[in-house]
Design a protein around this ligand. Structure first.
Ligand code: NDP
Length: 324
């Protein structure tokens, strides 16, 4: 069987779990559960590093979802370097993603080099265009201003920009260097994906979007599936404070399957063959891992119905309007 011929072939090694993978174009295997790293470190870098170590050594995470924008890549690099040196981990067994932020829309290789340097690795398994947007380029003493704003605090857009330029440049980098194994996008709507495919004649490996029971993205997921694009769910728990875990239906289902609410969400996404990127900075919580169950189709349907009629976003509502 040639698994790489079907990007939606999901391989469950020894049952559903951390080692479940899907196939990206070109046969790259992507683990279906990745650790989110959008952590506001403040004065708590040790907490972040402890959680990451717990994920890699105790909970079998093999997939890290990073980004230049999160400002956590140097902490990730420190942890990886330590674990590689002590031979507790092998780079080849990890799947590492980073993303290029819109302030680097016209020179993504600069951002890529920052990420590789900070992560202390020489290639990424997946490099993603973070948002389909082009911000003005403003440099300051710390580097590039992530979101330049005008006097009304609106993001300053570069009028000469086109978000497809970034995507094309990422493809060029992939084809001319060994720095990226696969190129994906994030926060793309159906018309944007259609435009990308029509104008570049390629398909992105993934589309990473906000996705959870209150925003099931049924139409977008179906479109991606029918075009060979893997969907990745960000903020699967509803982001800060995990409001999704407090939904009464999710709590009831958890009780009926004798698992935790978080297990219902992870299993719901896996059942839909969607890559899930939960984040936690709590090492003890991470060490517990997840319980994998066979969620009934009828329960997947009930969860889908929670947000199908009136979807709710937790992240960047204003930017999302560009896409809607
Ligand atoms: P999540 O939806 O993963 O939720 C994180 C919150 O859930 C934290 O407050 C965490 O608290 C809490 N939590 C985690 N596990 C549990 C549990 N078992 N029980 C109770 N609470 C829990 O948030 P994110 O918004 O961070 O999304 C995940 C990842 O997606 C990001 O880290 C990032 O990698 C990616 N992302 C991508 C975006 C894009 O534009 N492409 C945008 C936003 C996110 P605690 O830390 O205390 O455990």
């Amino acid at each position: 069987m040639n698994l790489s011929s079907d990007p939606f072939q999901v391989l469950m090694k020894g049952g559903v779990g951390f080692s479940s993978v899907a196939f990206l174009p070109g046969g790259v295997q992507i683990p279906l559960i990745g650790l989110g790293t959008a952590f506001k470190a403040g004065g708590r870098p040790e907490e972040f590093k402890r959680a990451l170590k717990a994920a890699l050594l105790d909970a079998d995470y093999r997939h890290i979802d990073a980004a230049w924008y999160y400002k956590t890549e140097s902490m990730i690099g420190e942890v990886l370097d330590d674990l590689f040196l002590k031979k507790k981990l092998d780079r080849r067994n990890l799947f590492i993603t980073s993303k290029v932020w819109p302030c680097f829309w016209n020179d993504p290789e600069i951002s890529l080099n920052h990420s590789l340097h900070d992560l202390r690795i020489d290639y990424l398994d997946l490099y993603i265009q973070h948002w389909p947007a082009c911000f003005a380029k403003v440099d300051d003493e710390f580097g590039r201003v992530a979101v330049p704003t005008d006097s009304r605090k609106n993001a300053v857009i570069d009028p000469s920009g086109d978000y497809l330029v970034t995507y094309r440049k990422l493809l060029d980098i992939k084809n001319s260097t060994g720095k990226i194994k696969a190129v994906g996008v994030s926060n793309y709507s159906i018309p944007m994906l259609q435009r990308l495919m029509d104008e570049t004649g390629t398909i992105p490996a993934v589309n990473q979007v906000e996705l959870h029971p209150y925003l099931p993205q049924l139409e977008l997921a179906e479109f991606c599936k029918s075009n060979g694009i893997i969907v990745e769910a960000y903020s699967p728990l509803g982001s800060l404070g995990a409001p999704i875990l407090k939904i009464p239906l999710i709590k009831e289902m958890a009780a009926s399957y004798n698992v935790m609410p978080v297990d219902i969400i992870i299993n719901y996404l896996l059942k839909r063959e969607i890559v899930c990127l939960p984040r936690s900075s709590n090492a003890e919580r991470i060490k517990k891992g997840f319980t994998f169950i066979d969620l009934k189709d009828a329960d997947v349907e009930k969860i889908n119905n929670l947000g199908a009629k009136s979807p709710k976003r937790y992240i960047d509502k204003i930017w999302a309007y560009w896409n809607d």
